[in-house]
Design a binder for this molecule. Structure first.
Ligand SMILES: Cc1cc2nc3c(=O)[nH]c(=O)nc-3n(C[C@H](O)[C@H](O)[C@H](O)COP(=O)(O)OP(=O)(O)OC[C@H]3O[C@@H](n4cnc5c(N)ncnc54)[C@H](O)[C@@H]3O)c2cc1C
Length: 393
């Protein structure tokens, strides 16, 4: 990076990670430039502001951002309280982004569409390490411009790229044609999106915390709108992992979520279909028919895809990346991110633990867990369930 010290470090995304990266760069005397596709900082979390986090404030605040905020007289939230997504935006990300140190370095409505090395393509090796980056940006009005940067930090998250609904990581047959009946991954069924769900036959697909949150909110909707029917399809043979460890969960909110879901299924408010790997969608005028690999079918008016998310790697295609082959994160982080049940970010890892029933049976016993890592790695918060391939932790 010799001779590039006057160039900014481009940060893709103004979520909690992008803003924290900017604060750390400033502390080191480097110049961040934050490029945010949405209209405000925290634009992705804004989409699920009605959902409560399961990690309390103390795990959601970055030390360098807190140092910046405290200098402005900001009051730290109660560290043990669990914020809603909306509170994370309103009480943390918005005031942070409004600080003069960051606001003058934040461009909103600026979507990064590709990143490359200036003047050289991916195959070109000579002097690559000392060549600055070109970051191509598309503004909300459609105009395209380029920025030269000394470095690039991709903090674009995963929200915009949900996993497909079909098995094997591929869209099911007819999935794109059924698009009009597939909602966003975390619809606000009690508020903003209520009209699309009230009185409908709703199928929630997936075995993570996004599914749990949506199912519980739908159950509340049925009290006011009794014509609403809730179906829940998971690929695994049992929902035990979503129900979690109850009182033993290191994050009590997560434990309570699972326990509440279990009660709703046992009471018949939610109709659970296990071992339901989706093979195809048939769109009809009145509804969509969803067919499982084993031939079972379900009819629904609307489908909520809670199958997790993955990064959008298209923008980085011209770079030479070393990614973990399983989770598409930087290689050093990959092994940790491969344990969704114990990490705080399990919703993002989404469906990786919702393995088909047959695969689970052939891989070993229940205690083996679902993640294909050779040794248990203890990170994050205990769920009260045993994890890891050895089955003894
Ligand atoms: C329902 C739900 C509950 C969750 N609960 C928790 C929890 O309790 N605890 C926890 O730690 N985590 C939780 N998570 C995970 C949470 O999303 C992440 O911890 C956090 O949002 C990650 O921050 P981020 O900055 O990496 O990504 P994001 O918050 O997704 O921010 C990425 C930003 O990048 C922008 N962007 C995307 N693409 C581009 C582009 N090409 N150009 C420019 N900008 C772009 C987006 O608009 C967005 O503002 C939860 C997630 C969900 C969906």
């Amino acid at each position: 990076m010799d001779g590039q010290t006057s160039l900014p470090v481009a940060i893709i995304g103004a979520g909690p990670v992008g803003l924290a990266a900017a604060a750390h760069l400033l502390e080191r005397g480097l110049e961040p430039l934050i490029l945010e596709a949405g209209p405000t900082a925290g634009a992705a979390i804004e989409q699920w502001r009605h959902i409560r986090l399961f990690s309390p404030w103390r795990y959601n605040l970055d030390a360098a951002t807190v140092r910046l905020l405290e200098a402005s007289g900001w009051e730290t939230p109660r560290l043990t309280a669990l914020p809603y997504g909306g509170e994370l935006v309103d009480d943390y990300l918005a005031p942070l982004a409004a600080l003069p140190a960051l606001s003058c370095r934040l461009q909103t409505g600026a979507r990064v569409v590709s990143v490359t090395r200036q003047g050289i393509d991916k195959t070109h090796s000579r002097n690559r390490e000392n060549t600055p980056f070109t970051v191509r940006v598309q503004d909300t009005d459609g105009a395209v411009r380029e920025i030269t940067a000394a470095g690039v930090i991709d903090a674009s998250g995963t929200w915009s790229t949900r996993n497909p609904l079909g098995t094997s990581g591929l869209p099911a047959k007819g999935e794109s044609a059924a698009d009009g009946r597939i909602s966003s991954p975390l619809p606000d069924v009690l508020g903003r999106d209520r009209d699309s769900f009230a009185g409908c036959r709703v199928l929630v697909v997936g075995a993570g915390h996004s599914a749990a949150n949506t199912l519980i909110n739908l159950a509340d909707l049925t009290k006011a709108e009794p014509g609403t029917t809730i179906l829940w399809a998971i690929r695994g043979a049992s929902a035990a992992k979503v129900y979690g460890g109850g009182d033993l969960d290191g994050l009590p909110a997560r434990g309570q979520l699972g326990s509440r879901l279990r009660r709703l299924v046992e009471a018949g408010t939610i109709e659970l279909h296990t071992g339901f790997g989706i093979s195809s969608f048939k769109s009809l005028d009145s509804h969509v028919t969803i067919e499982a690999v084993d031939g079972r079918t379900l009819d629904a008016d609307i489908i909520v895809p809670c199958t997790g998310f993955r990064p959008d790697l298209d923008i980085l295609r011209e770079l030479r990346l070393e990614l973990d082959p399983a989770v598409e994160a930087p290689r050093e982080l990959g092994p940790n991110l491969g344990l969704p049940e114990t990490g705080v970010c399990s919703t993002d890892a989404g469906s990786s633990c919702d393995v088909p029933a047959a695969a689970t049976a052939s891989a070993g016993s229940e205690a083996d867990g679902c993640c294909t890592v050779p040794e248990p790695v203890l990170i994050g918060f205990q769920t009260g369930l045993a994890h890891g391939r050895s089955g003894n932790n």
